[in-house]
Design a protein around this ligand. Structure first.
Ligand SMILES: [Zn+2]
Length: 429
């Protein structure tokens, strides 16, 4: 099926310039308008269920509220328990209709707002503006997925499609190991030709994500020889752990800073005679004296990169810098489990062009790519390397994500549902 996809897309783009809404497309968008009040009600209902990532009961309750909606549309849908990765679990819904491309739609059920957060309720601020925990990140996006599928169903266009919906329960605080918590997504991506994420992106309806930087953590551990400070730099004592750690960090700064769209940041450093590092709480202790050459240093940080190729190249450079030890010191760098980058591939650009054309056909204007520097890793990143095309940020526009000032533009709910529905429809043609 993958082989035919590009053939069909090139045909599609030839006609895109003269595209008008077909009668079927008109039917699809009319259904979105007529069912909008019901969609807002459902959004309000799921926003009012606290689903902070570690509130497993709440996350599951959001899934149980949405599951019947998918079943009603003819999907096989269930909640997959996440206890093996210490999270609530994921909603998975599958429709196997027939001939179109295999499409993966990505949402998430959890929010950053814990059960004891003061921010718990959906609140209408004016006709078009509402606030609530997770309203744009990303319960609004979940509703857009549903609205687009419902409209396709109403226009008799859904039954022959091949769609998998994965709504994870731990996007905001992923369960570990990632190999288990991201398995449902990765498995679905291996099946899919196209992956579409409904995160709120940068909050603007005029942009979408064709790339997201990946992120991994690193830990630098440095050893020196403890001795009286009067002997520092001597043949038998050497430079000590703090000078060695400083050399390494300064070399990272000097040698890697020019990499385009790469950032690397040391976030925490403990150094002295004795140090401890508490990974789980991001804390540590140090003991050392001014008249003692430092014996230990630990530095932890992250790297954000645009592609796997860049990440591997940078890791190699960092390892080489680390290995170039000062006298009588030793150091090693360890790279942690991370989020893969979503590179800006040709396929992703084509999918964005198709989406942008639809937006223009709907009178909503062009959609352009978000600057990857402004886009962190998200669930779609785990799928991007296994599909021909991926696009994210098709969710509900809003602002103030991850804060108690999170709001959503409710007028964007039908507008963005229409774009999503027509994207799925035209992908099937
Ligand atoms: Zn999100």
């Amino acid at each position: 099926m993958k082989k035919f996809l590009f053939l069909f897309l090139s045909l599609l783009f030839t006609h895109a310039a003269i595209a008008q809404l077909s009668p079927t497309e008109t039917k699809i968008i009319e259904h979105i308008d007529s069912s909008n009040p019901q969609a807002i009600k459902l959004l309000e209902k799921i926003v009012n269920i606290n689903s902070g990532t570690m509130n497993f009961t709440g996350v599951r309750q959001v899934a149980e509220t949405l599951l019947p909606e998918f079943i009603q549309l003819g999907f096989n849908a269930h909640f997959e328990d996440g206890s093996v990765f210490n999270r609530a679990g994921h909603l998975i819904a599958e429709l196997r209709g027939g001939s179109g491309p295999n499409i993966l739609l990505i949402g998430h059920l959890d929010t950053v707002f814990a059960a004891n957060s003061p921010f718990q309720q959906f609140k209408l601020l004016d006709n078009n503006l509402a606030s609530g925990p997770g309203i744009s990140d990303m319960k609004g996006g979940d509703i857009i997925i549903l609205q687009s599928l419902r409209a396709l169903k109403a226009a008799h266009q859904l039954d022959d499609m091949n769609i998998t919906v994965v709504m994870t329960g731990d996007e905001e605080l992923s369960g570990r190991p990632l190999a288990l918590s991201k398995k449902a997504l990765i498995d679905a991506a291996k099946w899919a030709d196209i992956a579409i994420g409904f995160e709120d992106g940068d909050g603007k309806p005029t942009t979408a994500n064709i790339s997201r930087r990946g992120t991994i953590d690193w830990t630098l551990t440095v050893k020196g020889i403890a001795a009286h400070s009067s002997q520092v730099f001597s043949k038998s004592v050497g430079a000590g752990a703090i000078y060695e750690a400083s050399r390494i960090l300064n070399s990272f700064y000097q040698q890697l800073r020019s990499e385009p769209l790469l950032t690397f940041n040391p976030g925490r450093m403990m150094a002295g005679t004795d140090v401890t590092n508490e990974k789980s709480t991001n804390t540590g202790t140090t003991f050392g004296k001014n008249n003692v050459v430092a014996q230990s240093a630990i530095v932890t940080g992250d790297i954000r990169s645009l592609s796997l190729e860049q990440l591997n190249r940078v890791k190699e450079k960092m390892r080489r810098i680390v290995a170039n030890h000062l006298a009588n010191t030793n150091s090693e760098i360890e790279f942690g489990e991370g989020y893969p980058p979503m590179a800006p591939t040709q396929g992703n650009k084509k999918l964005l062009n198709l989406y942008s054309q639809i937006s223009e056909d709907l009178g909503q204007g062009k959609v352009v790519a978000v600057n990857p520097l402004d886009a962190g890793a998200a669930d779609v990143s785990f799928t991007a390397n296994d599909v021909e095309m991926a696009l994210d940020g098709l969710g509900l526009s809003g602002s103030g994500g991850h804060t108690v000032n999170e709001t959503a533009d409710l007028s964007a709910l039908p507008a963005q549902s229409k774009r999503a529905a027509l994207l799925l429809y035209r992908l099937k043609q």
